[in-house]
Design a protein around this ligand. Sequence first.
Ligand code: ATP
Length: 238
Amino acid sequence: MIEIRDLHCYYGAIEALRGINMKIEDGAITCLIGSNGAGKTSTLKSISNVVCRTGGIIYDGVDLSHLRDIQIARQGVIHVPEGRGVFPGLTVEENLLTGTVNWHGLFGKGRYDQDLAEVYELFPRLQERRNQLAWSLSGGEQQMLAIGRGLMGRPKVMMLDEPSMGLAPLVVAELFEKIVEINRERGITILLVEQNAKLALKVSNYAYVLEQGCILLEGPAEELRYDPRVVSAYMGTG
Ligand code: ATP
């Protein structure tokens, strides 16, 4: 379990997180929803230590808050960032190999064949395109690549920031099936940040609603899905 205690995040004078507390249970999908600018991305960046923050982030008894970003990744807490962040001038396979943070550092040699095979089994389309440059992939394929690269880091916990962003509904549905498969069949804990609250609450076990840097609501996703406050504020009328 990851336990987040009194987490604050700052961008200069702006306080993006104002003391949030969360628990991310092992083996579950936990989602974080909220409006634009609520602090969802800042929460993930705070866990990964790529922003200025204070507070406790305890994972399996280890306080991650004192570790550097690469050390946190090596603990198995892997961040798949908003906007995918693939390297456009590298091939699909080269991009995947940049995710091998656990044994030989970036561009590690050696025992990655099994991990590559597992990523290709999950995303056959990446295997078909293994020698294609990443810029030439569709948005959905780039998101698969970003997730695949995360899997190459042998995650125990995967943090996914807005995986549905900019994708057509059918592509999103396909992608979310894979996310559920990663959780259920590979046993990887997921922390999911999503604008699409309806979808996020459908696949998650537990949910937090963030507003202006504070946790506004939390509970089992199945309950929040039908909570009138959530429905009216985050699910639109459509
Ligand atoms: P979105 O859904 O729009 O991505 P979010 O919930 O992920 O929003 P954050 O990106 O975490 O929200 O932003 C939280 C607050 O911090 C916002 O007020 C935002 O303007 C501010 N913020 C984020 N990044 C920076 C930055 N690099 N410099 C200054 N302020 C920032």
